[in-house]
Design a protein around this ligand. Structure first.
Ligand code: ATP
Length: 359
C-alpha cells in the first residue's frame, strides 16, 4: 500500500521566502493526484519535497505509512518523470531504461525482463537500440516513462511531463498516461499548470494558489462547485464569468444575505433567449466578437452601460464583459443585440472577497 499523506507541509526557502504555507493532502493507494495552479504557486516545490529533492521546513510527508522527511530520495521508493526527459544522449533506449536498475545492482536477466515488458507496454520494442536523438518528442517522453516504470516504484511523480510536446501529442500522451496508470495502478502525483490536463487525469485534484491549497476533490465536483472565485476562474475554459453584485442586487435577485457578493456563471450555462427563467438571471448583450471553433461558438459580449440600466428589469445583471458558449450551429452577428439567460441552479454565488462560496 502506498498512500501519500502531506500534513501541514511548509517550505521556506533559504532567504526567507515562504513557498508552501501549510498544505494537507491525502492521496490514497493507486490514486492519481494532480497538483494544478498558476506559475509560482508552489506545485513543483511540493512535488520536489515528496521526491526528497527539497528539504521540508515544516510538517510531515508520509509515503506508505512511513514519515520520509529525513529519508534520502533514493530510499523513498519513488520514480520521477521530468519535463525535459533527462535522457542520456549517448545511451540506447534500452540502456537508458536499464541504467537505474544496473546502478542498484540488479541481475541482467531481471533487467532484461523489466525493460522488455516496459517497452512492450509503451510500444517502444522496435526502438530499443536507437539513441534519444533518433526518436520523436513523444517517443522520448515514453522512454522517460519507461525508466520510471522499470523501477516498479510505490509512487510515480510527474513534473509537467508533457509541456514540451505539441498540442496534438500532448492529448495523445495524456490519454496514454491515464491508461498506463490504470493498468499499473501505481499511486501518482502529477504537476501541471494546464487545467484541462488536470481535469482529465485526476482522481483527486488539488488546486493551489500562492503556496496554499484552494480546493481538493474530485475534478467534476470542483468544476460544479468551486469553493472560491480563484478556483471558479482557473478551472474551466473559457473561464466562469464573474460579476460584482451590490447588496440590493443580491437581495432582489438571489435572496442573498444583504452583503455585496460575486455572481458566477459558466459560459456554457447561458442560452440565448428572450425569457427570464424563474429565479434565474438574464442580461442583454451587444455582441463584440465571435469565435467559431466547429462544435461550439464563443460569443464575447458587453453588457449595457450603468446609465442605461437605471430602469433595468428584475433579473438583469450589472454591466461588463461576458463570454457565452453556444452550439456551433448558432452564430449571432457582430454588433447584434441579444439577450442571454441562465437558470437558478447554474448560478454560483461567492462572498465579496471571492474567498467563500455562499451557494
Ligand atoms: P511553475 O509552474 O512556474 O514551475 P510552480 O507552481 O511549480 O511554478 P515553484 O517552482 O514551486 O512554482 O515555486 C514556488 C515559489 O517559490 C516561486 O515564487 C519561486 O520563485 C519560489 N522558489 C522556487 N525555488 C526557489 C529557491 N530555490 N529559492 C527561493 N525561492 C524559490
Amino acid at each position: 500500500m502506498a498512500n501519500v499523506t502531506l500534513r501541514s507541509v511548509r517550505k521556506t526557502y533559504p532567504g526567507g521566502f515562504e513557498a508552501i504555507k501549510g498544505v494537507d493532502v491525502d492521496v490514497g493507494d493507486g490514486q492519481f493526484c494532480v497538483l494544478v495552479g498558476p506559475s509560482g504557486c508552489g506545485k513543483s516545490t511540493l512535488l520536489r519535497m515528496v521526491a526528497g529533492l527539497e528539504t521540508v521546513t515544516g510538517g510531515e510527508i508520509d509515503i506508505g505509512g512511513r514519515v520520509v522527511n529525513q529519508v534520502e530520495p533514493a530510499d523513498r521508493d519513488i520514480a520521477m518523470v521530468f519535463q525535459n526527459y533527462a535522457l542520456y544522449p549517448h545511451m540506447s533506449v534500452y540502456n537508458n531504461m536499464a541504467y537505474g536498475l544496473r546502478n542498484r545492482g540488479m541481475a541482467e536477466a531481471e533487467i532484461k525482463t523489466r525493460v522488455e515488458e516496459a517497452a512492450r507496454v509503451l510500444e517502444l520494442s522496435a526502438m530499443l537500440e536507437r539513441k534519444p536523438r533518433q526518436l520523436s518528442g513523444g517517443q522520448r517522453q515514453r522512454v522517460a516513462m519507461g525508466r520510471a516504470i522499470v523501477r516498479q516504484p510505490k509512487v510515480f511523480l510527474f513534473d509537467e511531463p508533457l509541456s514540451n510536446l505539441d498540442a496534438k501529442l500532448r492529448i495523445a500522451m495524456r490519454v496514454e498516461i491515464r491508461k498506463l496508470q490504470r493498468r499499473l495502478n501505481t499511486t501518482s502525483i502529477y504537476v501541471t499548470h494546464d487545467q484541462l490536463e488536470a481535469m482529465t487525469l485526476a482522481d483527486i485534484l488539488v488546486v493551489m494558489n500562492g503556496g496554499q491549497v484552494e480546493q481538493v476533490g474530485n475534478p467534476l465536483a470542483i468544476y460544479e462547485k468551486p469553493a472560491t472565485t480563484f478556483v471558479a476562474s482557473f478551472i474551466g475554459a473559457p473561464p466562469m464569468n464573474l460579476m460584482s453584485m451590490r447588496p440590493d442586487e443580491i437581495r432582489s435577485q438571489l435572496n442573498g444575505v444583504g452583503e455585496a457578493g460575486i455572481l458566477g456563471i459558466r459560459p456554457e450555462d447561458f442560452v440565448i433567449t428572450d425569457q427570464t427563467p424563474a429565479g434565474g438571471v438574464a442580461l442583454p448583450l451587444t455582441v463584440e466578437a465571435i469565435e467559431r471553433v466547429g462544435a461550439e461558438t464563443f460569443v464575447y459580449g458587453s453588457r449595457q452601460q450603468e446609465e442605461q440600466r437605471v430602469a433595468a428589469t428584475p433579473g438583469e445583471l450589472p454591466p461588463g464583459e461576458v463570454i457565452v458558449r453556444i452550439p456551433g450551429t448558432e452564430a449571432p452577428a457582430i454588433g447584434q443585440n441579444i439577450r442571454v439567460a441562465a437558470v437558478r441552479q447554474k448560478l454560483h454565488l461567492f462572498s465579496g472577497d471571492g474567498r467563500k462560496r455562499i451557494e
